[in-house]
Design a protein around this ligand. Structure first.
Ligand code: FAD
Length: 470
């Protein structure tokens, strides 16, 4: 007799939920266990923070624009989705930092902004002679073991000095998380740096050893995108789940544990439906709303995670309006002189397939943790102030001919010091939920698209093993 189907719901069709749903389908097929799968999404489109749009003749990403294809897992996912032939790599890997006075190149041999050879001229240009000399002393100073969940600013600042931290590490990691890097958890956001300094050794020597053990081709980068933007990844993931599984415009408003480990879920305006297992692939505050009524501990815990909000402003300029060439893939803005712009990508220099004759397409980011006022500006004010800053930094002489503003509220979780212990507490509290429910998403195992793909698939494996014990 064939076994009854496992009824599983995934809530949230961002990249994490899509990856979880795809993996559930594969696991069911492999084990020949029938699966009834539903993927509920509150908005009218799948993809969450991935959104590609037509802009001045190109397909441009307005949210995430690349993913880290490091390791066989992601390569296998790309191949499995049939996207290998559409993969594109950046044409240039060099990038700059705007210091408030000039653009300085990010030193070539560096890891998350920490230069491996601080005495080199590109480091001296970026952090000054005193800053470079201070970093050079690092191997000679007495080192303690880094606190793996302590503040990154304390760890890296004490090792290589505040100049390297403030002028290189903070713009880079602060850009990824859209918040101050000094308060982020070292182990959660920079495990490579923690590993390099483990055992009380020198951070710089550890980084150099790691670089020698795994040399990279000069100019190579593990970041990739697709010819049709990251929407192509979303389309691939949607195509990999059974037809009729994805339910859009279906915000889930309640979860109710029933007898025998079953779960009833409520969607606004829909009859309740019952499931054997659930994956919540949601930002932490949305998961908190659903879990608070069924768990005393999880709701308040999930609400502790804070998010930054950001906006991306994509602009097209006539080539004739460039008074000097744009070098590299773009620039980050150091925290101190920052006004509105936090970063700018020269989209069609970085991704040549986006090039449109006679045009230059730039994408500026604005807003970060504590600087959310930027999102309240109306489009015209925002575009005008971004244009003024770009004009000063890049020497633009003409107005943009096209502009598009996208606001991302609750964009990026802040993995502050203590994040690893927070994650352990969430895992412990989830283990005592009264039904098979797994949590995944950018709040937990990494904010990057690749990490979300990996963690989404892992949550599916864990749930599946809970539902189908050997
Ligand atoms: C502007 C920006 C640029 C970025 N750039 C990059 C980049 O270049 N590279 C990179 O690797 N990462 C980047 N990131 C980070 C990355 O895109 C995100 O961390 C990742 O996409 C998050 O995916 P997720 O599925 O976990 O969450 P989300 O994308 O937030 O998906 C959650 C989904 O749940 C839905 N939802 C919420 N509540 C409910 C409910 N009650 N019922 C049903 N559905 C619900 C939401 O509508 C949403 O679709 C960027 C992020 C932003 C905002």
């Amino acid at each position: 007799m064939s076994s009854p189907p496992r009824r599983v719901a995934v809530i949230g069709a961002g990249v994490s939920g899509l990856a979880a749903a795809g993996e559930l389908g594969r696991l069911a097929q492999q084990s020949s266990v029938p699966l009834s799968l539903s993927l509920f999404e509150a908005s009218n489109r799948p993809g969450g923070k991935l959104l590609t749009a037509d802009f001045s003749g190109a397909r441009v990403d307005l949210g995430a624009e690349s993913l880290l294809a490091r390791g066989p897992e992601i390569e296998a996912t790309v191949e499995m989705l049939g996207l290998g032939s559409s993969l594109v790599r950046p044409a240039t890997t060099s990038a700059f930092i705007w210091t408030g006075r000039r653009l300085v190149a990010i030193p070539k041999d560096s890891v998350l902004g920490v230069p491996l050879y601080p005495w080199r001229s590109d480091v001296v240009r970026a952090v000054g002679l005193v800053g470079a000399a201070r970093a050079t002393l690092e191997p000679l100073l007495r080192q303690g073991d880094p606190d793996p969940d302590g503040a990154l600013g304390d760890f890296v600042g004490r090792r290589v000095g505040q100049a390297v931290f403030g002028r290189l590490v903070d713009p880079l990691l602060g850009g990824v998380y859209a918040g101050p890097a000094k308060e982020l958890s070292s182990g959660a956001v920079a495990p490579l740096l923690v590993a390099a300094a483990e055992g009380g050794g020198s951070l710089l020597r550890g980084l150099r050893r790691a670089a020698k053990a795994a040399p990279r081709r000069p100019g190579s980068t593990p970041f990739v995108s697709f010819e049709g933007g990251l929407q192509q990844l979303v389309n691939g993931l949607v195509g990999a789940i059974p037809t009729g599984t994805l339910h859009l415009n279906r915000p889930i408003s309640g979860i109710e544990p029933l007898e025998k480990n079953r779960i009833r879920i409520h969607a606004r305006g829909e009859p309740a439906a019952e499931f054997d297992g659930l994956i919540l692939a949601l930002p932490a505050p949305a998961a908190a709303v659903l879990l608070s009524p069924i768990s005393d501990g999880l709701g308040p815990l999930l609400r502790q995670l804070e998010y930054s909000s950001v906006t991306t402003v994509t602009l097209a300029y006539p080539d004739a309006g460039l008074s000097r060439p744009l070098l590299g893939s773009g620039f980050l803005v150091a925290r101190r002189p920052r006004r509105t712009i936090t970063a700018c990508t020269f989209l069609d220099r970085k991704w040549p397939h986006l090039h449109q004759p006679g045009l230059t397409i730039l994408r500026a980011s604005a807003g970060s943790f504590g600087d959310e006022w930027v999102l309240a500006l109306d489009d015209t004010t925002l575009v005008t102030s971004i244009h003024r800053e770009l004009r000063a930094i890049l020497g633009l002489t003409q107005l943009p001919v096209d502009a598009r503003v996208e606001r991302w509220h609750g964009a990026l979780p802040q993995y502050r010091a203590g994040h690893l212990s927070w994650r352990a507490r969430v895992a412990a509290a989830s283990a005592s939920l009264p039904a098979p429910i797994e949590l995944t998403g950018a709040a937990f195992g990494g904010v990057g698209v690749a990490a979300c793909l990996r963690e989404g698939a892992n949550s599916a494996k864990t749930l599946w093993s809970r539902l189908s014990p050997p």
